[in-house]
Design a binder for this molecule. Structure first.
Ligand SMILES: Nc1ncnc2c1ncn2[C@@H]1O[C@H](COP(=O)(O)OP(=O)(O)O)[C@@H](O)[C@H]1O
Ligand SMILES: [Mg+2]
Length: 247
């Protein structure tokens, strides 16, 4: 059964005197419990699609059905309540907020220190060193990214969306991040959508979706799509982005 069903979705913006179709009649079905990787050239519309699913951008036309319910006109908050989460590039924080506070906010309950530690271990952080740390500039980019991922895990929603989690982190953090996703693949029951150019993340996907010019260009199992992807011009794009991510 499809958890997420997107039908003939468009997102248009006024660009000077022109109307630009950023998402242009996109259809996509995401099955429950799958780990789906969305990839494709830069500017193809991947981040826009994620924002349309979360409700950050308004849909121009078409339909988004989540878990049997039409969410096309629902607010971000309503979608979050129905069970969609979106990993921002860095966790939201206020002065004085500790890692455990963020995890409790995400979980929506007073989770215990042990439970908080469990989420932190899942993202490869030595929990006792982090649980009471303040979320501020003393944490590295890779640590912040992993704390953000831990909050998504603590939310425990039916659908979690990650937009290029590898962006802007160093090689050491990148290798740990791959482990986090490999672990998530094994332990998380919900559906996961990761937008990524990384071959190692594509490699753990059940399904790969290639988005280009605001449409789904290809969709299929990893075994169907990945060899093709690595043998085409998109592969150089992947390689490029990989180098970019590892600098
Ligand atoms: N609000 C907007 N106004 C004009 N152009 C936009 C807007 N949002 C996105 N775009 C353009 O739409 C295209 C798709 O962007 P994006 O979804 O970020 O692509 P991707 O994440 O696949 O790299 C890009 O060319 C981007 O510049
Ligand atoms: Mg993007």
């Amino acid at each position: 059964m499809s958890l997420l069903s997107i039908k003939n979705l468009t997102y248009k913006v006024d660009d000077e005197n022109d109307v630009k179709e950023i998402i242009d009649g996109l259809d996509l079905e995401v099955e429950d419990g799958k780990f789906v990787c969305i990839t494709g050239p830069n500017g193809g519309g991947k981040s826009t699609l994620a924002k349309l699913i979360m409700g950050v951008n308004p849909t121009t036309s078409g339909q988004i059905i989540f878990d049997g319910e039409d969410i096309t006109n629902k607010s971000i908050t309503e979608r979050a309540k129905l069970g969609i989460s979106f990993a921002f590039q860095a966790p939201v924080h206020f002065k004085g907020i500790r890692v455990i506070d963020l995890l409790r906010l995400a979980a929506g309950s007073q989770i215990s220190v042990t439970e908080a530690c469990d989420y932190l271990s899942k993202v490869g952080l030595c929990a006792k060193d982090y649980v009471n740390r303040e979320v501020n500039g003393s944490l590295s980019g890779g640590e912040l990214k992993r704390i953000e991922i831990a909050t998504v895990l603590a939310r425990g929603t039916k659908l979690s969306i990650f937009d290029e989690p590898e962006a802007g982190i160093d090689l050491w953090s990148f290798q740990n991040l791959i482990k986090v996703f490999e672990n998530m693949r094994k332990t998380v029951k919900g559906t996961i959508i990761v937008i990524s150019h990384q071959e190692r993340i594509l490699n753990i996907a059940d399904e790969i979706v290639v988005i280009e010019n605001g449409r789904v260009k290809k969709q299929g199992s990893r075994d169907e799509i990945l060899p093709e992807l690595l043998g085409t011009s998109s592969a150089s794009n992947i390689a490029c982005n990989k180098l970019g991510g590892e600098q």
